[in-house]
Write a protein that binds this ligand. Structure first.
Ligand SMILES: Nc1ncnc2c1ncn2[C@@H]1O[C@H](COP(=O)(O)OP(=O)(O)OP(=O)(O)O)[C@@H](O)[C@H]1O
Ligand SMILES: [Mg+2]
Length: 358
């Protein structure tokens, strides 16, 4: 029985496709001379309501048509092979401790161990695992376990098939995000990465470029807009514009009004961040890790554009908070879009597409 996400291992070039509830984003990268990476193409389109809800595909045929249309209008895209992200809210991702063994043996052994961690029937899940980083002991190793319900994965595979695409790799959003934002592969420091999207926020605790675990919460960019819309009694579109213009500034009366509308959700977000940061500290202490504390927070996703978000969070958490740079691994890139933070997942997927091609 095939029970893994590692679908093919061929030397093909592939583009990255990020399917969210409300938008499609694609990126294709290519390697030029001297191993320089260039963006071959980057594009996005919005999705109609109710095509996908909370990561569940409700209208596969409509989704497939939207993908086809996006591909058609994207100049330069020249491959049908794709690296696709699967929604974090449907994924289980955690580092687990396993006895030391070879990679091939690990794939099999992890199936039995996974039952102790995953609150679903293993038979209904696709599992993948990779042996990871620094904190390995003499007899044990740390292994990143990723699991997704077969039903979810199969629904996305059906859509790709309908769109005439071939999946090369499937991975969770958090795997793509860490690959995109972390440049120094040797730096294994613990970080918290937060992707604030339209419909959910993902928290990732990473050790360098590998996620250790992830969680997602419904507090999102659109929840912030709704807060402005409700408090100031204006429609969603106007509220979104006001949110983008004012952010968390507090100089003018209008900015103060918007700030007051945003603050309950911002406090909630900060509390949830603190909970995850403390959880990591306790976990690292229990495991006897050398680095027990989160060193910094990186923010991405469209919601990361909120003006003064980094300053606000940094004061609340007493930690360095930085806006992530999804192009940190693609130096000297030409700017393709204003909203680069929204493309963090798609860029991470495209980078994986390049690795597969090497
Ligand atoms: N300049 C800005 N200031 C504040 N928020 C912004 C800004 N630009 C975009 N956003 C917010 O970012 C959100 C969209 O982010 P993003 O494009 O990452 O979402 P998505 O990937 O489609 O959704 P998800 O990842 O939740 O499935 C929206 O809520 C939008 O209001
Ligand atoms: Mg997203």
């Amino acid at each position: 029985m095939k029970n893994t996400l590692d679908i093919f291992n061929l030397n093909l070039k592939a583009f990255g496709l990020d399917i969210s509830d409300q938008a499609l984003k694609l990126v294709e990268l290519e390697k030029k001379k001297k191993n320089q990476i260039k963006i071959r193409c980057l594009n996005e389109t919005s999705l109609k309501d109710d095509v996908i809800k909370r990561g569940v595909v409700l209208k596969p045929d409509v989704l497939a048509s939207s993908i086809k249309e996006l591909i058609k209008k994207t100049k330069g895209l020249n491959t049908k092979y794709v690296v696709l992200s699967l929604p974090e809210e449907k994924a289980f991702l955690q580092v687990i401790t396993m006895p030391k063994m070879k990679e091939e043996e690990l794939k099999n052994a992890v199936k039995y161990e996974a039952e102790n961690y995953i609150p679903f029937s293993i038979e209904k899940m696709y599992l993948d695992c990779e042996s990871t980083f620094s904190e390995s002991k003499k007899d044990t190793q740390e292994v990143l376990l990723a699991a997704l319900q077969k039903e979810t994965v199969d629904s996305y595979l059906e859509v790709l098939d309908l769109a005439g695409l071939v999946p090369l790799v499937l991975e969770t959003e958090s795997q793509a995000i860490t690959r995109s934002l972390i440049s120094n592969r040797k730096d294994k420091s613990p970080r918290m990465i937060m992707d604030i999207g339209a419909s959910r926020t993902i928290f990732i605790i990473s050790a360098g470029a590998t996620p250790r675990f992830s969680a997602s919460i419904p507090l999102s960019g659109n929840v912030l807009t709704e807060a402005v819309s409700k408090t100031l009694k204006i429609d969603f579109k106007k509220a979104d514009e006001l949110k983008r213009n004012c952010g968390l500034k507090r100089k003018t009366d209008k900015e103060k009004e918007v700030f007051d509308a945003l603050i309950p959700a911002m406090v909630d977000l900060t509390e949830q961040m603190k909970k995850h940061i403390e959880y990591y500290h306790d976990y690292a202490q229990e495991k006897g890790f050398a680095e027990k504390d989160i060193k910094e927070v990186l923010v991405c996703g469209g919601g990361g554009n909120l003006i003064d978000l980094d300053k606000f969070l940094s004061e609340q958490l007493n930690l360095p908070v930085k806006i992530g740079n999804p192009f940190v691994n693609i130096p000297n890139h030409k700017q393709f879009t204003e909203n680069e933070l929204s493309f963090t997942v798609a860029i991470g997927l495209a980078l994986r597409g390049l690795e597969e091609h090497d």
